[in-house]
Design a binder for this molecule. Structure first.
Ligand SMILES: [Zn+2]
Length: 260
């Protein structure tokens, strides 16, 4: 897929409101260096294929159940998004519909997902490049119990730290979309009470990685909580992680220096 700008190769630290302003600016700048894809063709064929590939990967990773969930990627003012009623784990490019940012279908023969307004809302409010929504088992279980997933592991800082749980609302409604948009403030992930999870990122690959990371973290939380009360990283510990990640360019490979 063609991208404008050169994305870093590793995970990205999301902007967290709790951190000091200078670090917020630094992290937001790093996060924003991932530019969304630009439209490659009027039919968005490459984006539709990328969405189908992403869905099949999410299925292979165990994050999908039947026709539940939806995935989209933005290219300029066009969004390629999964069709309603499609089995995501076996999705084909012709089951991906292209809409404009107002929700009008511009390519494809199938009606887009019932969560279209949620996806478009994330693009409009956060200017991101891709959105992934699943009913993944660990994330959904946590969403049935907690009001937020606490920052129990430093990798959660890649999602912005603590992950909020948006209050329950019926699927496909403006109320659900608004609740999720609020929960995503300063975050690249949110849980939907008694429903599932949403992640977003400047690229589709990173949005999928964020979904996998959130599912892993929810699984860790459940295992830890089964043994006792999980410890939560405090603000000082979180700040130290951010500083170390910036200093060491965390998440990227580094060549061994040549022998002298
Ligand atoms: Zn859903």
């Amino acid at each position: 897929m063609r991208r404008s700008g050169v994305p870093p190769s590793g995970p990205v630290l999301a902007w967290t409101k709790e951190l000091p302003p200078n670090l917020n600016v630094t992290l937001f700048h790093v996060y924003a260096t991932f530019a969304p894809m630009t439209a490659s063709s009027s039919a968005m064929d490459r984006e539709r294929t990328a969405v189908a590939d992403a869905c099949r990967r999410l299925g292979a990773e165990g994050l999908l159940i039947g026709t539940a969930g939806n995935v989209s990627v933005r290219a300029g003012d066009r969004v390629a998004i999964t069709a309603t009623g499609a089995v995501l784990a076996a999705l084909t490019p012709d089951q991906v519909t292209v809409v404009d940012l107002g929700g009008e279908v511009v390519a494809g023969s199938l009606r887009p997902t019932s969560e279209l307004d949620l996806h478009l809302g994330v693009y409009r409010r956060y200017g991101t490049g891709a959105v992934v929504h699943t009913h993944a088992p660990m994330a959904t279980a946590v969403s049935c119990v907690l009001d937020e997933l606490p920052c129990i592991h430093y990798q959660l800082l890649a999602l912005g730290g603590t992950v909020r749980v948006a209050p329950y609302a019926t699927f496909g409604t403006p109320e659900l979309a608004e609740a999720v948009l609020a929960a995503l403030d300063g975050r690249s992930a949110a849980l939907l009470a008694n429903h599932g999870a949403v992640t977003h990122a400047p690229t589709l690959d990173t949005a999928v990685e964020n979904a996998l990371l959130l599912e892993w973290a929810c699984g860790v939380y459940q295992r830890a909580a089964a043994m006792g009360r999980p410890r939560v990283l405090d603000e000082r510990q979180q700040l130290a992680v951010v500083e170390a990640a910036i200093a060491r360019d965390y998440g990227t490979t580094h060549p061994v220096p040549p022998a002298q």
